[in-house]
Design a protein around this ligand. Structure first.
Ligand code: GLN
Length: 185
């Protein structure tokens, strides 16, 4: 069963994409929502500091981190990428820290916070990429991390084993291919 972390942010948009793909899911708002058979997780865009705080307060941290470490497929978009990152530039506190990259938050500057671009994401050609106060990946910390997209020399999408981290918002487009890629992991 796919879980969508739904404590804050763009969970409804991801749920909509899974509806279009006829994929069952649960919205995880508290520990009791986590099903026994959770085998996939989406970490959504929003505000990573708020989400991180709630993940600890709602006692979701250990169970979700253990599952990610045990190779459960996870898709982190925007704030979700920040939650996965092993390092966050200029910030001591990380959340799950399972993805060996260093991210820079609000990396495109607050004024130019929103923009669109079309690019290739791994084998996916011409994907509409929407950025909103987006981070980018400043550094790869393990040679096994595969870069899926470079935009203006900035890394915006990676895959490392079971984890896909994306700086932009595939859930805000009607293109289902990144979710399909994730569901096929
Ligand atoms: N800048 C936000 C953060 O640091 C992420 C933005 C987003 O998810 N759209 O949490």
């Amino acid at each position: 069963m796919t879980g969508i972390l739904a404590v804050q942010g763009a969970f409804a948009e991801h749920a909509h994409i899974l509806d279009l793909l006829s994929e069952n899911y649960v919205l995880i708002r508290k520990k009791q929502d986590i099903p026994q058979n959770l085998d996939r997780l989406i970490l959504v865009g929003g505000e990573s500091t708020v989400q991180s705080k709630l993940i600890y307060e709602l006692d979701l941290f250990q169970i979700l981190r253990d599952k990610i470490s045990e190779n459960m497929p996870v898709l982190g978009t925007c704030a979700g990428l920040i939650l996965l990152a092993q390092e966050i530039r200029d910030q001591n506190q990380t959340c799950f820290g399972t993805l060996p990259v260093c991210v820079k938050r609000n990396a495109y500057g607050r004024q130019l916070g929103s923009f669109s671009h079309t690019g290739h994401i791994g084998e996916i050609q011409n994907f509409p990429m929407r950025f909103i106060r987006a981070p980018y990946i400043e550094k790869i910390l393990d040679p096994e991390v595969r870069i899926l997209n470079l935009t203006d020399q900035k890394i915006t999408a990676v895959q490392y084993q079971n984890q896909i981290g994306i700086a932009f918002h595939p859930e805000l487009t009607d293109d289902l291919r990144i979710h399909q890629l994730f569901l096929n992991l």
